[in-house]
Design a protein around this ligand. Structure first.
Ligand code: ADP
Ligand code: ASP
Ligand code: MG
Length: 406
């Protein structure tokens, strides 16, 4: 007997027939004699709709009330799935985050799970009852409902698996595993049998939405065996595991893209000590995270252009902060640009092999794609290019690194 956490995303529970399909998959695990907890997302499109309602009422709304609204999608699915399971003879009970409870910090809209008391769930699972748990939500220090950031049900599932020391955490989604790049954009993307926690962490944080970044962090920390697989076809998925479990290591294992960033250029900023601190300090104070940064060589020794990226959702706030400080910072012009995409190549093989970045630059050059900003770390190289080149760049790089499926 094994203890398994199964997670189903929005598309997998997108309508009543799909919820019935999920119930059958859960029954299969129960029939194999396993103890099962299921984590579900809201039905596809529901969370977007709820977010949009908040925006329509007030663009800058109270984060606590945002959580009250957007957490409701999952409540519907847990109830429906529990009913679907009962209909096919499986004992099941639904659980909201606060009922368990899943305790989080108070950062509404992007809360972090702190503790999960699984004692009651475990007792019931041992007696054969399936626990159907609402993903994406927790309860904060002030006893208000919190949400964990978009895509947060993955993190709910991994956190639950860690807390109840589950043997496996199976993430069922609308693709049958983790691919070398988004299979919806590159038809030749190849499914990976295994991927290291580290590479998956980079892929996720650089834009591959197949797993929420925090879920991978948590899996890595607590050594949870995570498997990504399809809820529609029976095929082996992708196992996220330690590096030493992977025999054949690729130089580059994946390519990610993110349309969630925007670029800000400050033209003719004074080139003197303290200026960077004066720019990035107020941005940090306003909770605007800066990612890539490039400063041009100063032509006259007095002023220079500074370009950096921020989250698209933070662009307006960032521009506002810097515009208010224009007098103090003394730049000539501020140029915002949200028509950009960040493309990243990722692979642990980069630690020991040179030339990965060079291949990326020459491949993009051959296609006439201009690189606006570059950043690198031990196992990844990222470039910022104009958004209209997303598909072209992904396909060209995918071929150049020899990742195309045969
Ligand atoms: P769910 O609703 O099940 O959580 P998501 O939409 O959040 O599903 O994540 C699955 C999607 O992630 C896929 O449909 C696919 O388009 C996208 N994706 C992006 N990069 C990758 C990748 N490298 N491998 C697999 N899927 C990816
Ligand atoms: N329903 C939430 C979202 O759409 C959480 C999730 O699907 O993981 O972001
Ligand atoms: Mg998701």
């Amino acid at each position: 007997m094994a203890r398994i956490v199964m997670k189903f995303g929005g598309t997998s529970v997108g309508d009543c027939d799909r919820i019935k399909n999920v119930a059958r998959r859960v029954k299969d695990e129960v029939d194999r004699g396993n103890e099962v907890a299921v984590v579900v997302s809201a039905m596809s499109g529901v969370t977007n709709q709820l977010v949009d309602y908040c925006r329509q009422i007030a663009p800058l709304h109270d984060a606590r009330e945002y959580d009250t609204v957007v957490s409701t999608g999952e409540q519907v699915t847990i109830g429906l799935l529990a009913i679907a399971l009962q209909e096919i003879g499986v004992q099941a009970r639904s659980w909201m985050g606060w009922q368990i409870p899943i305790r989080s910090d108070g950062a509404h809209g992007k809360a972090r799970i702190e503790t999960i008391d699984t004692s009651e769930l475990e007792k019931r699972m041992a007696s054969g009852q399936v626990a159907v748990v609402a993903g994406f939500q927790g309860i904060g220090p002030d006893n208000r409902v919190t949400t964990l950031g978009r895509g947060g049900s993955d993190t709910s599932a991994v956190a639950l698996a860690a807390a109840m020391k589950a043997d496996r955490c199976d993430i069922y989604t609308d693709v049958d595993g983790v691919y070398t790049t988004d299979p919806r954009i590159v038809a030749k993307a190849r499914k990976l049998d295994k991927i290291t926690y580290e590479e998956m962490l980079e892929l996720a944080s650089l834009g591959a939405k197949v797993l929420q970044t925090r879920s991978v962090e948590m899996a890595m920390k607590h050594r949870v065996r995570v498997q990504v697989l399809s809820s529609f076809v029976d095929a082996p998925g992708t196992l996220v595991c330690d590096e030493d479990e992977i025999v054949e290591k690729e130089l580059v294992s994946g390519i990610a893209y993110s349309r969630d960033e925007a670029k800000i250029t400050l033209v003719r900023v004074a080139d003197r000590p303290g200026v960077a601190a004066a720019i990035f300090g107020p941005l940090a104070d306003a909770n605007v995270n800066v990612d890539m940064i490039v400063q041009n060589v100063s032509e006259d020794g007095k002023s220079t252009d500074l370009t950096f990226t921020v989250g698209k959702a933070d662009l307006d706030r960032g521009v506002k902060v810097l515009t208010e400080k224009k007098g103090e910072l003394g730049y000539e012009r501020l140029v915002p640009d949200s028509n950009v995409v960040k493309i990243s190549v990722i692979g642990v093989g980069m630690r020991s092999h040179a030339g990965v970045a060079q291949k990326m630059f020459s491949t993009l050059a051959e296609k006439g794609i201009n690189i606006q900003v570059i950043s690198t770390s031990e196992i990844k190289v990222s470039v910022l290019v104009a958004e209209e080149y997303t598909e072209l760049a992904l396909r060209a790089l995918h071929s150049a690194y020899g990742l195309d499926a045969q």
